[in-house]
Design a protein around this ligand. Structure first.
Ligand SMILES: Nc1ncnc2c1ncn2[C@@H]1O[C@H](COP(=O)(O)OP(=O)(O)OP(=O)(O)O)[C@@H](O)[C@H]1O
Ligand SMILES: O=c1ccn([C@@H]2O[C@H](COP(=O)(O)O)[C@@H](O)[C@H]2O)c(=O)[nH]1
Length: 238
């Protein structure tokens, strides 16, 4: 059997994609399908750490946060990711995966705090680690948290699983003429202001020489194809 292309990955799961076709929140069938994709690659022996977004519940820069103090709104956004992380870990439990949620914000009665050596230990034990509350700091995003945690755990790649199937010349949801890159350098993605990820996340991954693969979590089997090193999505590289 062909071996996976990676041994340890940081998977950034889109919070927004968790909505499925609902207007907000967590769609049951969608989260179950995402977890089934995760279970499929975990069976291959790949060490998986997950950062979950919060766009299905709250974003500090969303219209609903207008007029709010930005840092307060961002803390609300980070707490939204904790809810998603709990739902994700529970859905994993139901599909036979042992997951541990670690939060960047101290809420010990709910989840354990992020402690790097502990996270590494869980990964070595074959558990899925779900990083909640982003970086723990306002003015950042969960994409930057993925770049940060990915660097900390020495992941070989950050996999950004989102609603689009790669990096385009412009936002494909707004520009029907946008075309997809097979691969693109960090410098080009940053200089062209390609908003599929924020520049902070791109810059951190570039400096750490940590490649990113952007692909669709909505497309059946895409995660496994990425893990197997098959042609899927867009590679962002140094
Ligand atoms: N050049 C681009 N190429 C691809 N997508 C782009 C581009 N510019 C903007 N986008 C948009 O970026 C979105 C993905 O980033 P976004 O941070 O909004 O979502 P996410 O990370 O999937 O969700 P969450 O933040 O909830 O985890 C895509 O759905 C797409 O509409
Ligand atoms: O490190 C972080 C991560 C996130 N936030 C806030 O949470 C929301 C949701 O995260 P998304 O990456 O948009 O899914 C984000 O809009 C921020 O408001 C943060 O402040 N710091």
């Amino acid at each position: 059997m062909t071996k996976p292309a990676y041994q340890r990955v940081l998977l950034k799961l889109s919070g927004e994609a968790l909505m499925g076709d609902d207007p907000f929140g967590i769609n049951r069938a969608t989260i179950e399908r995402m977890v089934a994709d995760v279970a499929e690659v975990q069976k291959l022996g790949v060490e998986l750490a997950v950062v979950i977004g919060g766009g299905n519940i709250f974003r500090g820069v969303a219209p609903g946060a207008q007029g709010m103090d930005r840092a307060t709104a961002d803390y609300m956004g980070m707490l939204a990711t904790v809810m998603n992380a709990l739902a994700l870990a529970d859905a994993m439990r139901q599909q036979g995966i042992t997951a541990r949620v670690m939060s960047a914000i101290g809420i010990e009665q709910v989840v354990e705090p992020y402690v790097r050596p502990k996270a590494l230990q869980y990964l070595e034990e074959g558990k899925v680690v779900v990083f909640a509350a982003g970086t723990g700091n306002p003015f950042f995003t969960t994409d930057t948290a993925a770049a940060l945690r990915g660097s900390e755990i020495s992941a070989e790649i950050v996999l950004k699983a989102t609603k689009v199937d790669g990096v385009y010349t412009a936002d494909p949801k707004k520009d029907p003429h946008a075309t997809r890159y097979e691969s693109i350098s960090f410098d080009e993605a940053i200089s062209k202001h390609l908003a599929v990820m924020d520049a902070t996340a791109f810059a951190l991954c570039r400096d750490q020489k940590l490649p990113i693969k952007v692909f669709s979590i909505v497309k059946p089997g895409a995660l496994k194809r990425v893990i197997m090193g098959e042609d899927e999505g867009t590679l962002v590289h140094v």
